[in-house]
Each structure stands twice: as structure tokens, then as C-alpha cells.
Design a protein around this ligand. Structure first.
Ligand SMILES: [Fe+2]
Length: 413
């Protein structure tokens, strides 16, 4: 896999400059030339909507044509806005699409595809989950993020779930340029849905480049048999990594607590419930349990959230099913907490002796989540070697529950 975006050229004649500029503002993915910073995201109902965004060096109109096979092409004009010093961002939101369909689209000379979510809520779907791609202090590239994104992009999946800390500091535009370039194969392959982390520093930079449902930093969507709720654990400044000093208002009465309570209450009983957030209620690594985030645990318990996917503590951890802050007895219902925080940030040691842990690895990783109407399973992979780190059945069959373990095998058979 080869992905690159050259830096803008300077000097030379007009024709040479024009040629170099064209090369500078293209992304190469698997030998295919695509617009720079091309990204897919879900701005609403994933069965019928898709957002496509890209960046050009100049403020030219952004035009996208799209079609389903056998149907005539339609054209849509982008909403365009200047970025701080990296060109113009174009965003097209397509609506009234057909569910479960493959669409082709063309931007200038580039052509690619996307797929809408299935109409059938019992259809099998796959997510790839990961988080923490940020560079370390003093690093000037995102090479490890490029490697993880490139490896994950080789997998077959429908949506990326990214649990935050994309860049070292969210208010630095250049780092976003680097991040979008390094993650190109993943960002262009399938809708990329993110939670905000503490390193985004409440900057609106990410939302300026990628639409989310309601343009919010906490939101939810249904995809096949899975309801995904995304929480923003770090919605405001100042940001500090000192325990107990995060300003995130997540307890009862807070905006997000009330929203999540209503959101989870409305999920039909036959759907899996997955919550994604950045900072984590439980961890056996560097940062440890985050007490302010534990304010949400009563909601996870009372609404039988099947899995909580988080980032922040760089590496991989899966906890034994838990309820009310403790591991539940075998055979009883509990939420599975997974830390998938290995998308490139420097790795932390994990205390594998923590009795709450079912599996842990100090490894760059991503996690495949497979779900259909009866089973949800996860498969964690080392992003650098392809080695399978962990496999597990998550949650219980949606009906009946609790205390009814699923009759399904892990994805490895
Ligand atoms: Fe973090």
C-alpha cells in the first residue's frame, strides 16, 4: 500500500507550477488518484445520506456527480469554505439515497464508490474501531498512523469508529493536514465517525472538515442491527490530564447525560447498543479509571449497553463483562468495555494482572466488530503484524435478555 501527498511546489514556469500543484493536491490510494483529504462520513440516516468532503488548493467551485449502477448520473454542488492556510474544503451532503446500495461518484477526474447502510436491521455489518492516532510531542510526522490506517483499510468493513485524539493539538491546522493525508486510505474507504478526545482540545477544526449527524460532537446513528451512541468526554477547555480536573459535565443533569439517557431509551429492543467515547470509565494502563466518565455507567447498566469502545490509554484492553463497577458472575449480563487505543500514539504499559481484564496487549491495533441479529463479536488485530490479539463474543442476544448468553462463536470459529 502506498499513500502520499506531496508538499506544495514553489518556483518554475506557470505550466510547471500548475502540474506540480495538481500533483500536490491529490491523494494516491492503492494506485488510484483521489482528491486531497477525501473523506466519507454519515451526516444523518446512514441508509439514505452520505457526506463527501475534499480539499482543493484554490477556491474553485466543488462539483460532484454520483450515480447508482444502471441509473443516470446526478450532480451536486459542494458547500465550500476556506481552511486556515491549506486551501478550500468542499462538502457535499447527499440525501434520498437508496439503502443498501453501491454508488459511484466523480470529483474532477477522480472516481470512487461508497455504500449506504442496509435497510434490513438484521443484516450483518462490520465496523472497524480504533483511536489515538496522534503524534508524540516533538514528532513531525504521523508515520505510525499511516501504517495503522493503511493496514485497517485492507479489511472489509462498513464504518470506521474512531475514539478520538486524532492529533496532538486540535487547534493546529497543519497537523490536521498531516492527519488527513496519512489516513487517506481509511478515510476514503468508508464513513469515518469519530468521538472527540482531550487532544482535540475542543477545537472545531475536525467538525469543519467532516460532517456528523446534526454537526454535533455527541450524536448517534443506527447501522444495520447496531445503535452507536457517540459521547464527547472532553467538550470544553481548559484541558488537563490531571485526574479529576477534567471539566467534562457528564453526570446526571448534564446535557450529555440527559441526551444519552433519552437516546438509549429510544433504541428498539432488537438492536445492539454500542457507546463510543474517548476517555474511559475503566483502564488498567497509564491513565487508569476516569471517575468523571464513570458518571455514565448507571446509564450503561440500566439500558444494557452491550459494548463501550474507548481510547485514551494507548494499547488494547478488553474487560470482563461488568455492571455497577464490578465484574459480573459468569453467565450473567454485563457491558463489555474495550479500549482500542493503538492507532499510532506512543504505547503505554498495561497492568495485565488487573483482575478485571480479559485481554490486554501493548500493541498498535484496530478492532473489527461484526454484528448481525443474533451475535456480536470482536476481533482485535495487531496493526503492524496482522496477528490476532483477541477474539470474543460481546453482549448477549438482544432478545431475550439478560442472563441469556448467545449461541454464537467468535469470528475465528
Ligand atoms: Fe486522550
Amino acid at each position: 500500500m502506498h499513500t502520499e501527498r506531496a508538499t506544495p511546489a514553489s518556483g518554475g514556469g506557470r505550466r510547471l507550477c500548475a502540474g506540480l500543484a495538481l500533483l500536490a493536491w491529490a491523494t494516491w490510494v492503492h494506485g488510484q488518484q483521489l482528491p486531497a483529504q477525501l473523506t466519507l462520513s454519515i451526516p444523518g440516516d446512514p441508509r439514505t445520506t452520505m457526506a463527501i468532503a475534499w480539499t482543493t488548493p484554490r477556491a474553485a467551485p466543488g462539483i460532484l456527480s454520483y450515480w447508482r449502477e444502471g441509473e443516470p448520473a446526478r450532480q451536486s454542488s459542494a458547500t465550500s469554505q476556506p481552511l486556515v492556510h491549506s486551501g478550500t474544503r468542499h462538502t457535499v451532503v447527499l440525501r434520498d439515497l437508496a439503502p443498501g446500495s453501491t454508488y459511484h461518484y466523480r470529483i474532477d477526474a477522480s472516481e470512487a464508490i461508497f455504500r449506504t447502510a442496509p435497510a434490513d436491521a438484521s443484516a450483518a455489518v462490520t465496523f472497524v474501531a480504533m483511536g489515538d492516532s496522534r503524534q508524540d510531542v516533538g514528532e513531525t510526522d504521523l508515520e505510525r498512523w499511516a501504517q495503522v490506517a493503511g493496514a485497517a483499510a485492507q479489511e472489509s468493513f462498513d464504518v470506521t469508529l474512531f475514539s478520538g485524539d486524532m492529533v496532538l493539538a486540535g487547534f493546529v491546522p497543519r497537523w490536521w493536514d498531516m492527519w488527513f493525508a496519512a489516513g487517506a486510505p481509511l478515510l476514503a474507504k468508508a464513513p469515518f465517525m469519530a468521538a472527540m478526545g482531550n487532544h482535540e482540545m475542543a477545537s472545531p477544526a475536525f467538525q469543519r472538515r467532516m460532517p456528523t449527524p446534526g454537526d454535533a460532537t455527541w450524536y448517534s446513528f443506527d447501522y444495520g442491527p447496531v445503535h452507536v451512541s457517540v459521547v464527547n468526554t472532553d467538550p470544553s477547555l481548559p484541558v488537563t490530564i490531571s485526574p479529576g480536573q477534567f471539566p467534562a459535565p457528564l453526570g446526571p443533569g448534564s446535557a450529555q447525560y440527559s441526551w444519552l439517557e433519552a437516546d438509549l431509551s429510544a433504541v428498539p429492543g432488537h438492536m445492539w447498543k454500542v457507546v463510543m467515547l474517548h476517555r474511559l470509565p475503566y483502564s488498567a494502563a497509564e491513565h487508569g479509571d476516569q471517575q468523571d466518565v464513570q458518571a455514565l455507567v448507571p446509564l450503561f447498566d440500566s439500558h444494557h449497553v452491550d459494548m463501550v469502545v474507548s481510547g485514551h490509554d494507548h494499547g488494547y484492553q478488553r474487560f470482563l463483562p461488568m455492571a455497577a463497577g464490578a465484574v459480573v458472575p459468569a453467565g450473567t449480563w454485563g457491558t463489555t468495555y474495550v479500549v482500542a487505543a493503538g492507532a499510532g500514539a506512543p504505547l503505554y504499559d498495561v497492568n495485565s494482572a488487573d483482575p478485571r481484564l480479559a485481554s490486554a496487549a501493548k500493541a498498535f491495533n484496530y478492532v473489527l466488530i461484526h454484528a448481525d441479529s443474533t451475535c456480536m463479536t470482536i476481533e482485535a488485530k495487531d496493526a503492524m503484524t496482522g496477528q490476532i490479539l483477541d477474539q470474543a463474543v460481546v453482549g448477549v442476544a438482544p432478545q431475550p435478555r439478560p442472563n441469556d448468553l448467545p449461541a454464537c462463536a467468535t469470528t475465528g470459529g
